[in-house]
Design a protein around this ligand. Structure first.
Ligand code: FAD
Ligand code: DHB
Length: 385
């Protein structure tokens, strides 16, 4: 079976779904291919802290309603050094920007809901995905679903399939450069249905690092640094709480509300960058191109930043027939994206404001004259990553 779309998106995580949503707002047709079932994707517990640029972008794309209702804004975070009082870093005061605690799981739910409402095509449990003819003007993707071989012809392919995905591996080894650092420890994390500690708090301790985080007023996320060979079965909840409390200041430990974990996992810590992020008609975005260890709460925010720039470049390519025949030029924000400067080309016109299409405005809840006033530059100004 052969079908056709404009942009084939590999990976139905936050990067792939957001790209599909944003391209749809610009009238660009996509098909998302996801290896796992939707239930599996929605079970994954990952990021939880959104930066100002991500918050602004989700709102501008019409995805902010539930986030603003259920998310937990934060003006900053605290650090605690063994034996010393906690110290609060007031990011809002010093940068004017607040963060939001809102889980990646909830964002993914919101994105699936938005794609379903718009009739978007997301094919889950797509196995053996392969990318073909990337340097031609007619790339295509093959995969298997329910034992049947299928093919999608397209103009562009977006590789949003995370660190273990197939997209990056489709770039020839002679072209791909990777830089990697593994750390000799991991994070053991738990989620519990308990009221969180009020501030995000990063704790240094000679027993190891610990972090108190949150997802909602009744959902807490805690991490402790652990050995790489740690086994979950050796860490019953009781032991976790005891160790967590031992690593934070006493006055903080006294306020931690404990309870049964609803999820427990170990994340190895790794830094990884691949370049180029573009090969012919293939564009990488998110964890497919770079991994930031969870310490910085950066990975999801960086994925959103990639998607923002990629979606604008693709929209521009389709709006500019001359460009549309060629692969688009992606403007990379080097302050955010860890890629080589040589691979980013900034055409003279790219900095000019571009009107948001009426379609984007209408779907994002912006109508009438407001659309005309909302230029691309305005979005850039609010989407600082
Ligand atoms: P992914 O979420 O990995 O999605 C990729 C998708 O592609 C997956 O659904 C996968 O099933 C699918 N896929 C893979 N291979 C294939 C294939 N061959 N064919 C089809 N589909 C495929 N970031 C933050 O910004 N803030 C935080 O607070 C934060 N905390 C974190 C805490 C932990 C414990 C961890 C592990 C990560 C954290 N991150 C955080 C990082 C963040 O979760 C990732 O950066 C984010 O998930 C990247 O999104 P993505 O869509 O690029 O990749
Ligand atoms: C999470 C929060 C953080 O501040 C961080 O640095 C890493 C992860 C979290 O809530 O998952």
């Amino acid at each position: 079976m052969i079908t056709r779309t404009q942009v084939a998106i590999i990976g139905g995580g936050p990067a792939g779904l957001l790209l599909s949503h944003m391209l749809d707002l610009d009238g660009i047709d996509t098909v998302v291919l996801e290896r796992q079932s939707r239930a599996h994707v929605l079970r994954r517990i990952r990021a939880g802290v959104l930066e100002a640029g991500t918050i602004d972008l989700l709102r501008a794309a019409g995805l902010g309603e539930r986030m603003d209702r259920e998310g937990h804004p934060h003006d900053g975070s605290a650090i605690a050094w063994e034996g010393r009082p906690r110290f609060f870093i007031d990011t809002k005061k010093f940068t004017g920007k607040a963060m939001m605690a809102y889980g990646q799981t909830a964002i993914t739910e919101d994105l699936y809901a938005a794609r379903d409402r718009a009739g978007g095509e997301i094919i889950d449990e797509a196995v053996n995905v392969e990318l073909h003819e990337l340097t031609s003007a007619r790339p295509y993707v093959t995969y298997e679903k329910e034992g049947q071989s299928r093919r999608i012809d397209c103009d562009y392919i977006a590789g949003c399939d995370g660190y273990h995905g197939v997209s990056r591996q489709s770039i020839p080894a002679s072209v791909l450069r990777t830089y990697e650092k593994g750390y000799p420890f991991g994070w053991l994390g738990i989620m519990s249905q308990t009221p969180p500690f009020p501030d995000l708090c990063y704790c240094y301790h000679s027993r190891g690092f610990a972090l108190a985080s949150m997802r909602s007023p009744m959902l807490s996320r805690y991490y402790i640094q652990c050995e790489l060979d740690t086994r979950l079965e050796d860490w019953p909840d009781e032991r976790f709480w005891q160790e967590f409390k031992a690593r934070c200041p006493q006055e903080m430990a006294a306020k931690i509300v404990t309870g049964p974990s609803i999820e427990k996992s170990i994340a190895p810590l790794r830094s990884f960058v691949a370049e180029p992020m573009r090969y012919g008609r293939l564009f990488l975005a998110g964890d497919a191109a770079h991994i930031v260890p969870p310490t910085g709460a950066k990975g999801l925010n960086l994925a959103v930043s990639d998607v923002f720039y990629l979606s604008r470049a693709l929209a521009q390519a389709y709006k500019t027939p001359r460009l549309g025949r060629r692969a688009p030029v992606v403007v990379v924000d080097h302050a955010a994206a860890p890629v080589s400067r040589r691979d980013a080309v900034r055409p003279a016109r790219a900095r000019e404001p571009i009107r948001l299409s009426a379609r984007f405005g209408a779907r994002a809840g912006v109508t009438g004259r407001a659309i005309c006033r909302l230029a691309f530059r305005d979005v850039i100004e609010t989407a600082h990553f």
